[in-house]
Design a binder for this molecule. Structure first.
Ligand SMILES: *Cc1c(COP(=O)(O)O)cnc(C)c1O
Length: 394
């Protein structure tokens, strides 16, 4: 770009970028040269290493998206027509759509005004005799308060599937998400997530029945037991035991995942450092900063959502515009589900029934936070936010 161009239009800082290193690239090339590009040895290795990383004796089942993993989890739990599943309203549509895949109905609850995680005190009022499960979302990478959620589930005979799309690495009470006393946990490796394989996901569970069913259903309902039993005599024989899906992970994606996983701690410490810089730099501004993890726990910092307060004197939209003018890519997490036509109309949802989510949505902006950001990039975001809010102080 020439100097004049740079003056007119600042270099654009993307909202999110994957952090792909040379090891990932070499492993993908090796995969391509090997001739085995779909599910195979690299997927098996990624599953094994991921399960070891999470710990607690979990089994890890690789899939081609977190949406697929969530679908497999509710399918394995036998959720079906007539059933209800509790979901937070402040999430991505995938959390709720997989309930509809099963012909069941999501029941939406509001979030805590601070953390924007599912409000455990709102769950009991949403229960009916049809309620079968709860899907908490660890928003932005901060664990939900899982103790009351697990307690409510236990008392009412409900299953729990954790949407951990943001939660790698995240802990609750010192334990890795994925090892809590729940039925299944699903991570996302979408391009913008904290571990990126382009598209991909991982279902982890300690329940052998769920693991077995998910492994059958992720590949056309083909029973692996039969496949393995007959492999010695001839690889051609297999049995279809259910109308399954095409949700398997490719070895190309797993090649990325293996090295992303080995770099997770390094990438996470960079996200943490950016969060620390932002928090310190914005302390005097009219902003609500994102909640931090309780001491001793880990926040994945997938997102850094700030909220403008009334004292800012500018709207969220104005802040987005001012940051955009300075070349800072931002996003909003999320347009709550009750504001999307499908969910709003299908379930007659009203904004006033979700005051915390609605208020957060109206004032929120997610700032760039990813390990590829340089110190200059971070400083640019800080100056842009400070400039956009003028001399206004909290
Ligand atoms: C990204 C995301 C998903 C879906 O992940 P995919 O891997 O893209 O299917 C689900 N839930 C939440 C909260 C997400 O952010």
């Amino acid at each position: 770009m020439n100097a004049q161009g740079a003056d007119l239009k600042p270099v654009f800082l993307p909202f999110a970028l994957p952090d792909i290193g040379e090891a990932e690239i070499a492993e993908v090339v090796e995969c391509l040269r090997s001739g085995w590009i779909t599910t195979g040895p690299k997927t098996a290795r990624f599953e094994k290493e991921f399960a070891q990383y999470i710990g607690g004796g979990v089994e890890a089942i690789a899939v081609n998206s977190a949406t697929a993993g969530l679908h497999l989890a509710v399918e394995a739990l036998g959720i079906g027509p007539g059933d209800e599943v509790i979901v937070p309203v402040h999430t991505f549509t995938a959390t709720a759509e997989i309930v509809r895949y099963m012909g069941a109905d999501p029941v939406f609850v509001d979030v805590e005004p601070g953390t924007l995680n599912m409000d455990p005190t709102k769950i009991e009022a949403a229960l009916t005799p049809r309620t079968k499960a709860i899907i908490p979302v660890h928003y932005a990478g901060l664990a939900c308060n899982m103790a009351p959620i697990i307690e409510i589930a236990r008392r009412n005979g409900l299953k729990i599937v954790e949407d951990a799309a943001h939660a790698l690495p995240t802990t609750f009470g010192g334990a890795n998400i994925g090892t809590l006393d729940t039925d299944a946990t699903v991570f996302s490796f979408y391009a913008t997530k904290t571990l990126a394989t382009g598209e991909g996901g991982m279902l982890v569970t300690r329940n052998p029945a769920i693991a077995k069913r998910a492994k059958i259903m992720r590949l056309h309902g083909i029973s692996r037991d039969v496949f393995d039993r007959y492999r010695a005599g001839g690889a051609w024989y297999y049995e279809v035991v259910a109308p399954g899906y095409k949700y398997n992970m490719t070895d190309v994606a797993a090649a990325l995942g293996i090295h992303q996983l080995s770099r997770l701690a390094e990438m996470h410490s960079k996200r943490e450092a950016i969060a620390d810089i932002y928090r310190a730099a914005f302390g005097d501004l009219p902003l609500v900063q994102p909640s931090t993890a309780p001491s001793g726990d880990v926040h994945a910092w997938h997102l850094f959502p700030v909220r403008v307060t009334a004292a800012a004197g500018i709207s969220r939209n104005e802040l987005v515009e001012r940051l955009g003018a300075k070349g800072i890519g931002v996003s909003v997490h999320y347009v709550p589900l009750h504001m999307h036509p499908y969910w709003r109309d299908r379930y007659h949802l009203k904004a006033e029934d979700f005051p915390a989510s609605t208020a957060a949505y109206e004032s929120m902006v997610s700032l760039p936070i990813y390990s590829k950001m340089s110190r200059d990039d971070v400083d640019r975001v800080v100056s842009a936010v400070r400039d956009a809010l003028g001399e206004k102080r909290a």
